[in-house]
Ligand binder design. Structure first.
Ligand SMILES: [Zn+2]
Length: 268
């Protein structure tokens, strides 16, 4: 079985001491390829460097997270455009809107998101999308750009049935994290997981965040790692009444299709 983790924040400093061991543990657990999330220009550049050091195993996204939107100015767009044109960069993001915390003012978030929608269209790369408490504005902007986009993933989907319908109707794929395994706030997702077509479903850990709460034995560290992706996959497979093998096969196939990842072992 081979799994693909489409969202790992592997440049996070909590991995500084043992990053290579984390990658090795993930591979030993069957997580054969990973997409490293960029959240601002510096971490996107770091994600590209990491991907370059692990060709065919690690890949990067490049973008500016809505929390950091106020840092993105017009003068930075050429740098972001050149990151997005790198072969290691498979998606534009993490980008989107987050009105839950409003770490950046809404106007700055809307401006940064629209710039990144335009760059994604220009570079022909799919989007890696973040949305929290901003569904209406988020969907409205995506609808405006839909005809120019090369698809994308609503990462860490935790929303309602109506939100899921909106995303599917927009042609987006759905990223499921260990939130799914959270007995306090993730149980509604089991019914929704069965409604996601196999060719729209992706899995991600969002490590080091969102450690699945039902891991047994409980890891000593609160840090999540990509090696726990098969645990999330098994839970999602149960909710969809399919085997873990089937879930690994179709989520990996869809990740390869959306992000144009070459299968390991395929000729380069
Ligand atoms: Zn996010």
């Amino acid at each position: 079985m081979q799994w693909i983790d489409i969202g790992v924040n592997l440049t996070h400093d909590s991995f500084d001491a043992d990053r290579d061991a984390v990658i090795e543990r993930a591979r030993a657990a069957g997580v054969s390829q990973m997409l490293i999330t960029g959240a601002d220009l510096a971490s996107s550049e770091a994600a590209v460097q990491l991907a370059r050091a692990h060709p065919r195993t690690l890949f990067a996204t490049a973008g500016v997270h809505p929390h950091h939107a106020s840092q993105l100015q017009a003068q930075h767009l050429p740098a972001l455009r050149s990151l997005l044109s790198r072969p290691e960069v498979l998606a534009a993001g993490e980008c989107g809107l987050d009105y839950h915390r409003n770490y950046s003012p809404r106007e700055a978030q809307l401006r940064a998101f629209e710039w990144q929608l335009q760059l994604a269209a220009e570079c022909g790369k799919p989007l890696f999308l973040h949305q929290r408490a901003a569904h209406a504005d988020f969907v409205a902007l995506l609808r405006n750009y839909r005809a120019t986009l090369s698809g994308g993933v609503a990462h860490c989907f935790t929303g309602t049935a109506a939100e899921l319908e909106d995303y599917l109707e927009l042609g987006l794929s759905i990223g499921i994290t260990g939130w799914f395994c959270d007995e306090r706030r993730g149980t509604h997702l089991a019914a929704l997981a069965a409604r996601i077509p196999a060719r729209r479903l992706l899995l991600e850990t969002d490590a080091p965040y969102l450690l699945p709460r039902d891991l047994r034995p409980r890891p000593k560290s609160r840090r999540n790692e990509p090696m726990y992706l098969p645990h999330i996959g098994a839970a999602v497979a149960r909710a969809r009444a399919e085997s873990a093998e089937q879930c690994a096969a179709h989520t990996s196939a869809h990740a390869r299709e959306l992000f144009q990842i070459a299968a390991l072992g395929a000729a380069s």
